[in-house]
Design a binder for this molecule. Structure first.
Ligand SMILES: [Zn+2]
Ligand SMILES: [Zn+2]
Length: 351
Protein backbone atom coordinates (compact mmCIF):
# COMPACT_ATOMS: atom_id res chain seq x y z
CA UNK A 1 0.00 0.00 0.00
CA UNK A 2 1.44 3.42 -0.97
CA UNK A 3 2.36 5.69 1.93
CA UNK A 4 0.24 8.59 0.53
CA UNK A 5 -2.92 6.46 0.54
CA UNK A 6 -2.33 5.41 4.18
CA UNK A 7 -1.86 9.01 5.20
CA UNK A 8 -4.96 10.16 3.31
CA UNK A 9 -7.08 7.52 5.07
CA UNK A 10 -5.74 8.49 8.46
CA UNK A 11 -6.42 12.14 7.72
CA UNK A 12 -9.98 11.42 6.54
CA UNK A 13 -10.62 9.33 9.66
CA UNK A 14 -9.35 12.16 11.83
CA UNK A 15 -11.61 14.67 10.12
CA UNK A 16 -14.69 12.45 10.59
CA UNK A 17 -13.84 11.87 14.24
CA UNK A 18 -13.29 15.57 14.80
CA UNK A 19 -16.57 16.51 13.11
CA UNK A 20 -18.43 13.90 15.18
CA UNK A 21 -17.00 15.30 18.40
CA UNK A 22 -18.02 18.83 17.37
CA UNK A 23 -21.58 17.73 16.45
CA UNK A 24 -22.00 15.79 19.71
CA UNK A 25 -20.63 18.78 21.62
CA UNK A 26 -22.99 21.23 19.92
CA UNK A 27 -26.04 18.99 20.40
CA UNK A 28 -25.12 18.48 24.05
CA UNK A 29 -24.62 22.22 24.49
CA UNK A 30 -27.94 23.06 22.84
CA UNK A 31 -29.76 20.62 25.08
CA UNK A 32 -28.76 22.35 28.26
CA UNK A 33 -31.93 23.32 30.10
CA UNK A 34 -30.79 26.85 30.83
CA UNK A 35 -30.23 27.45 27.12
CA UNK A 36 -33.69 26.17 26.20
CA UNK A 37 -35.28 28.30 28.93
CA UNK A 38 -33.39 31.30 27.66
CA UNK A 39 -34.69 30.72 24.13
CA UNK A 40 -38.25 30.40 25.47
CA UNK A 41 -37.92 33.66 27.42
CA UNK A 42 -36.55 35.39 24.34
CA UNK A 43 -39.48 34.08 22.27
CA UNK A 44 -42.03 35.22 24.86
CA UNK A 45 -40.44 38.65 25.08
CA UNK A 46 -41.14 39.13 21.38
CA UNK A 47 -44.90 39.30 21.70
CA UNK A 48 -47.32 42.04 20.82
CA UNK A 49 -47.43 44.93 23.22
CA UNK A 50 -49.84 47.83 23.52
CA UNK A 51 -47.42 50.56 22.48
CA UNK A 52 -49.62 51.63 19.58
CA UNK A 53 -52.41 52.62 21.97
CA UNK A 54 -50.45 53.77 25.01
CA UNK A 55 -50.09 57.40 23.97
CA UNK A 56 -53.28 59.33 23.08
CA UNK A 57 -51.13 62.14 21.65
CA UNK A 58 -49.75 59.75 19.06
CA UNK A 59 -50.98 59.91 15.46
CA UNK A 60 -49.25 57.39 13.27
CA UNK A 61 -49.94 55.19 10.31
CA UNK A 62 -48.64 51.66 9.83
CA UNK A 63 -48.59 50.22 6.33
CA UNK A 64 -49.59 46.68 7.23
CA UNK A 65 -50.24 45.57 3.65
CA UNK A 66 -48.93 47.23 0.51
CA UNK A 67 -49.47 44.34 -1.91
CA UNK A 68 -51.70 44.20 -4.93
CA UNK A 69 -54.19 41.36 -5.55
CA UNK A 70 -51.32 39.15 -6.81
CA UNK A 71 -50.73 36.32 -4.29
CA UNK A 72 -47.45 36.70 -2.42
CA UNK A 73 -45.78 35.31 0.67
CA UNK A 74 -43.59 38.40 0.88
CA UNK A 75 -46.24 41.05 1.50
CA UNK A 76 -49.81 41.36 2.70
CA UNK A 77 -52.71 42.56 0.59
CA UNK A 78 -54.50 45.83 1.35
CA UNK A 79 -54.09 46.91 4.99
CA UNK A 80 -53.44 50.29 6.59
CA UNK A 81 -53.54 50.82 10.34
CA UNK A 82 -54.01 54.17 12.01
CA UNK A 83 -53.09 54.69 15.64
CA UNK A 84 -54.62 57.90 16.94
CA UNK A 85 -56.07 59.18 20.21
CA UNK A 86 -55.14 55.92 21.92
CA UNK A 87 -57.23 53.89 19.45
CA UNK A 88 -56.38 51.55 16.60
CA UNK A 89 -58.27 51.57 13.34
CA UNK A 90 -57.58 49.12 10.54
CA UNK A 91 -58.55 50.06 7.00
CA UNK A 92 -58.99 46.92 4.91
CA UNK A 93 -57.81 43.45 5.88
CA UNK A 94 -56.47 41.71 2.80
CA UNK A 95 -54.75 38.35 2.93
CA UNK A 96 -51.91 38.35 5.47
CA UNK A 97 -53.23 41.36 7.41
CA UNK A 98 -53.28 39.74 10.84
CA UNK A 99 -49.82 38.21 10.33
CA UNK A 100 -48.45 41.55 9.20
CA UNK A 101 -50.03 43.38 12.16
CA UNK A 102 -48.68 40.78 14.59
CA UNK A 103 -45.21 40.95 13.04
CA UNK A 104 -45.29 44.71 13.69
CA UNK A 105 -46.12 44.16 17.37
CA UNK A 106 -49.79 45.15 17.14
CA UNK A 107 -51.98 43.47 19.73
CA UNK A 108 -54.98 42.33 17.66
CA UNK A 109 -57.35 42.74 20.60
CA UNK A 110 -56.55 46.47 20.65
CA UNK A 111 -58.31 47.11 17.34
CA UNK A 112 -61.17 49.56 17.87
CA UNK A 113 -62.78 49.10 14.46
CA UNK A 114 -62.11 47.76 10.99
CA UNK A 115 -63.22 49.91 8.07
CA UNK A 116 -63.51 48.31 4.63
CA UNK A 117 -63.05 50.51 1.58
CA UNK A 118 -64.89 48.18 -0.80
CA UNK A 119 -65.67 44.53 -1.25
CA UNK A 120 -63.02 43.37 -3.70
CA UNK A 121 -61.62 40.24 -2.07
CA UNK A 122 -58.05 41.56 -1.79
CA UNK A 123 -59.46 44.01 0.78
CA UNK A 124 -61.08 41.43 3.06
CA UNK A 125 -59.30 38.11 2.38
CA UNK A 126 -57.69 38.39 5.82
CA UNK A 127 -60.74 39.59 7.73
CA UNK A 128 -61.85 36.14 8.92
CA UNK A 129 -58.42 35.52 10.46
CA UNK A 130 -58.44 38.95 12.09
CA UNK A 131 -61.86 38.35 13.68
CA UNK A 132 -60.88 34.87 14.83
CA UNK A 133 -57.36 35.52 16.09
CA UNK A 134 -58.25 38.75 17.90
CA UNK A 135 -60.78 36.79 19.97
CA UNK A 136 -58.47 33.86 20.68
CA UNK A 137 -55.70 36.20 21.82
CA UNK A 138 -57.71 38.45 24.09
CA UNK A 139 -60.57 40.48 22.57
CA UNK A 140 -63.52 40.57 24.94
CA UNK A 141 -66.02 42.35 22.68
CA UNK A 142 -67.22 41.55 19.16
CA UNK A 143 -65.04 43.23 16.53
CA UNK A 144 -66.73 46.23 14.90
CA UNK A 145 -66.46 46.13 11.10
CA UNK A 146 -67.90 48.90 8.97
CA UNK A 147 -67.91 49.21 5.21
CA UNK A 148 -70.04 49.81 2.14
CA UNK A 149 -73.32 48.05 1.47
CA UNK A 150 -72.67 44.32 1.43
CA UNK A 151 -70.34 44.40 4.45
CA UNK A 152 -73.02 42.89 6.71
CA UNK A 153 -73.46 40.01 4.27
CA UNK A 154 -69.72 39.33 3.99
CA UNK A 155 -69.11 39.55 7.74
CA UNK A 156 -72.19 37.46 8.52
CA UNK A 157 -70.86 34.72 6.24
CA UNK A 158 -67.43 34.88 7.91
CA UNK A 159 -69.07 34.60 11.34
CA UNK A 160 -70.88 31.49 10.15
CA UNK A 161 -67.74 30.04 8.58
CA UNK A 162 -65.88 30.19 11.89
CA UNK A 163 -68.74 28.93 14.09
CA UNK A 164 -67.51 25.32 14.18
CA UNK A 165 -63.98 26.42 15.06
CA UNK A 166 -65.38 28.69 17.78
CA UNK A 167 -67.28 25.78 19.29
CA UNK A 168 -64.17 23.56 19.45
CA UNK A 169 -62.12 26.30 21.10
CA UNK A 170 -64.80 27.17 23.66
CA UNK A 171 -65.10 23.48 24.58
CA UNK A 172 -61.38 23.44 25.35
CA UNK A 173 -60.95 26.87 26.91
CA UNK A 174 -63.38 28.05 29.62
CA UNK A 175 -62.06 31.59 29.23
CA UNK A 176 -63.07 31.68 25.56
CA UNK A 177 -66.43 30.19 26.45
CA UNK A 178 -66.99 33.03 28.93
CA UNK A 179 -66.67 35.59 26.15
CA UNK A 180 -68.30 33.67 23.33
CA UNK A 181 -70.04 36.76 21.92
CA UNK A 182 -66.61 38.27 21.23
CA UNK A 183 -65.81 35.51 18.74
CA UNK A 184 -67.89 37.27 16.14
CA UNK A 185 -67.77 40.58 14.36
CA UNK A 186 -70.53 43.17 14.42
CA UNK A 187 -70.94 44.58 10.92
CA UNK A 188 -72.34 47.93 9.87
CA UNK A 189 -73.20 48.91 6.31
CA UNK A 190 -72.24 52.53 5.69
CA UNK A 191 -74.46 54.49 3.33
CA UNK A 192 -73.36 57.85 1.95
CA UNK A 193 -76.44 59.94 1.09
CA UNK A 194 -76.88 60.27 -2.68
CA UNK A 195 -75.94 63.91 -3.10
CA UNK A 196 -73.26 63.96 -0.42
CA UNK A 197 -69.58 63.19 -1.02
CA UNK A 198 -69.04 61.76 2.44
CA UNK A 199 -70.58 60.76 5.74
CA UNK A 200 -69.13 60.82 9.26
CA UNK A 201 -68.73 57.30 10.59
CA UNK A 202 -66.75 57.85 13.80
CA UNK A 203 -66.53 60.76 16.21
CA UNK A 204 -65.07 60.15 19.65
CA UNK A 205 -62.12 61.18 21.77
CA UNK A 206 -61.04 63.96 19.42
CA UNK A 207 -60.90 61.63 16.40
CA UNK A 208 -63.24 61.76 13.42
CA UNK A 209 -63.46 59.38 10.49
CA UNK A 210 -65.41 60.19 7.33
CA UNK A 211 -66.23 57.68 4.60
CA UNK A 212 -65.69 59.38 1.26
CA UNK A 213 -67.04 58.20 -2.09
CA UNK A 214 -64.27 57.35 -4.59
CA UNK A 215 -64.35 56.17 -8.22
CA UNK A 216 -63.59 52.49 -8.78
CA UNK A 217 -66.17 51.66 -11.44
CA UNK A 218 -67.81 49.11 -11.69
CA UNK A 219 -67.30 48.68 -7.94
CA UNK A 220 -70.07 50.72 -6.38
CA UNK A 221 -69.91 51.98 -3.74
CA UNK A 222 -66.20 52.30 -3.03
CA UNK A 223 -64.88 54.45 -0.20
CA UNK A 224 -61.79 56.25 0.90
CA UNK A 225 -61.56 57.44 4.50
CA UNK A 226 -60.54 60.79 5.98
CA UNK A 227 -59.16 60.67 9.53
CA UNK A 228 -58.78 63.91 11.48
CA UNK A 229 -57.24 64.48 14.88
CA UNK A 230 -54.80 66.87 16.58
CA UNK A 231 -55.45 69.36 13.74
CA UNK A 232 -54.02 66.86 11.24
CA UNK A 233 -55.69 65.19 8.27
CA UNK A 234 -55.00 61.80 6.70
CA UNK A 235 -56.73 60.44 3.62
CA UNK A 236 -56.68 56.71 2.83
CA UNK A 237 -57.81 56.29 -0.76
CA UNK A 238 -58.86 52.66 -0.98
CA UNK A 239 -58.98 51.65 -4.65
CA UNK A 240 -59.74 54.53 -6.95
CA UNK A 241 -58.83 56.01 -10.25
CA UNK A 242 -57.40 59.51 -10.12
CA UNK A 243 -60.52 61.62 -10.23
CA UNK A 244 -61.22 65.33 -9.66
CA UNK A 245 -63.91 64.25 -7.21
CA UNK A 246 -61.14 63.08 -4.84
CA UNK A 247 -59.55 66.53 -4.68
CA UNK A 248 -61.50 67.79 -1.62
CA UNK A 249 -60.52 64.65 0.31
CA UNK A 250 -56.85 65.17 -0.51
CA UNK A 251 -56.85 68.95 -0.10
CA UNK A 252 -54.05 70.07 2.27
CA UNK A 253 -53.78 66.59 3.76
CA UNK A 254 -50.79 65.98 5.99
CA UNK A 255 -50.64 62.44 4.67
CA UNK A 256 -52.36 60.65 1.79
CA UNK A 257 -52.02 56.86 1.66
CA UNK A 258 -52.97 56.19 -1.93
CA UNK A 259 -53.18 53.15 -4.12
CA UNK A 260 -50.74 53.33 -7.02
CA UNK A 261 -50.60 51.69 -10.39
CA UNK A 262 -47.51 52.11 -12.55
CA UNK A 263 -49.31 52.18 -15.88
CA UNK A 264 -46.07 52.89 -17.75
CA UNK A 265 -44.72 49.50 -16.60
CA UNK A 266 -47.96 47.61 -17.11
CA UNK A 267 -48.38 48.94 -20.66
CA UNK A 268 -44.86 47.73 -21.46
CA UNK A 269 -45.54 44.36 -19.88
CA UNK A 270 -48.76 43.59 -21.79
CA UNK A 271 -47.21 42.84 -25.24
CA UNK A 272 -44.46 40.83 -23.54
CA UNK A 273 -47.13 38.78 -21.72
CA UNK A 274 -48.88 38.13 -25.04
CA UNK A 275 -45.59 37.08 -26.66
CA UNK A 276 -45.12 34.62 -23.79
CA UNK A 277 -48.62 33.18 -24.28
CA UNK A 278 -49.95 34.71 -21.05
CA UNK A 279 -53.21 35.87 -22.60
CA UNK A 280 -55.22 35.76 -19.36
CA UNK A 281 -52.65 37.83 -17.45
CA UNK A 282 -52.48 40.35 -20.30
CA UNK A 283 -56.25 40.71 -20.30
CA UNK A 284 -56.40 41.25 -16.52
CA UNK A 285 -53.71 43.92 -16.84
CA UNK A 286 -55.59 45.68 -19.65
CA UNK A 287 -58.87 45.66 -17.79
CA UNK A 288 -57.46 46.99 -14.50
CA UNK A 289 -55.52 49.97 -15.87
CA UNK A 290 -58.63 52.13 -16.11
CA UNK A 291 -59.87 51.82 -12.52
CA UNK A 292 -56.63 52.28 -10.64
CA UNK A 293 -54.49 55.34 -9.90
CA UNK A 294 -51.81 55.99 -12.49
CA UNK A 295 -48.67 57.16 -10.70
CA UNK A 296 -48.08 60.26 -12.86
CA UNK A 297 -51.71 61.42 -12.77
CA UNK A 298 -51.64 60.88 -8.99
CA UNK A 299 -48.48 62.97 -8.62
CA UNK A 300 -50.17 65.84 -10.49
CA UNK A 301 -53.28 65.61 -8.33
CA UNK A 302 -51.30 65.47 -5.08
CA UNK A 303 -49.45 68.62 -6.12
CA UNK A 304 -52.71 70.35 -7.03
CA UNK A 305 -54.22 69.40 -3.65
CA UNK A 306 -51.20 70.56 -1.65
CA UNK A 307 -50.61 67.14 -0.11
CA UNK A 308 -47.64 67.26 2.26
CA UNK A 309 -46.75 63.57 2.23
CA UNK A 310 -47.89 61.02 -0.34
CA UNK A 311 -47.38 57.34 0.58
CA UNK A 312 -48.05 54.78 -2.14
CA UNK A 313 -49.65 51.44 -1.35
CA UNK A 314 -51.55 48.64 -3.18
CA UNK A 315 -48.58 48.71 -5.53
CA UNK A 316 -49.05 47.25 -9.00
CA UNK A 317 -46.81 45.79 -10.34
CA UNK A 318 -45.16 45.16 -6.98
CA UNK A 319 -41.68 46.67 -6.71
CA UNK A 320 -39.77 44.41 -4.31
CA UNK A 321 -36.32 46.01 -4.51
CA UNK A 322 -35.03 49.55 -4.09
CA UNK A 323 -34.27 49.77 -7.81
CA UNK A 324 -37.77 48.59 -8.72
CA UNK A 325 -39.28 51.13 -6.29
CA UNK A 326 -37.29 53.81 -8.04
CA UNK A 327 -38.54 52.65 -11.45
CA UNK A 328 -42.09 52.35 -10.07
CA UNK A 329 -42.26 56.02 -9.06
CA UNK A 330 -40.21 57.28 -11.99
CA UNK A 331 -41.35 60.70 -13.17
CA UNK A 332 -43.56 61.48 -10.16
CA UNK A 333 -41.15 64.01 -8.63
CA UNK A 334 -41.34 66.08 -11.83
CA UNK A 335 -44.98 66.85 -10.95
CA UNK A 336 -45.12 66.51 -7.16
CA UNK A 337 -42.91 68.52 -4.83
CA UNK A 338 -44.05 67.07 -1.49
CA UNK A 339 -42.61 64.11 0.34
CA UNK A 340 -43.06 60.85 -1.58
CA UNK A 341 -42.85 57.35 -0.09
CA UNK A 342 -43.19 54.09 -1.98
CA UNK A 343 -44.68 51.93 0.77
CA UNK A 344 -43.35 48.69 2.17
CA UNK A 345 -45.03 46.37 4.66
CA UNK A 346 -44.22 47.36 8.22
CA UNK A 347 -43.42 51.00 7.51
CA UNK A 348 -44.61 53.37 10.26
CA UNK A 349 -45.27 57.00 9.32
CA UNK A 350 -45.63 59.68 11.97
CA UNK A 351 -48.33 62.17 11.04
ZN1 LIG B 1 -57.60 46.22 -4.49
ZN1 LIG C 1 -60.62 47.13 -5.88
Amino acid sequence: MPVTSWRARALAGGVVLGATIVVVGVVGYLNQDWLIDRAIRHRLAHVSDHSFVNDPAQFQVLLCGTGSPEPSAARAQACTMVSVGGKLFVFDAGEGASKSLSDCGVALDDIERVFLTHLHSDHFNGLGALINQGWIWGRSQPLDVAGPTGTAAVVGALNDAYAIDNGFRMANMPELDSKRAAARADPVDIVIPLQAPSVRVYDAGGVTVDAYRVVHDPVEPAFGYIIRSHGKKVFISGDTEVSPSNLPAMQDADLVVHEAYASHLVRRAIPIMREAGMQHDAEIAERTIAYHADTIALAKQAEQAGVKHLALTHLTPYPDTAIKRHVFSKGMSEYYGGRLTVGTDGLVILV
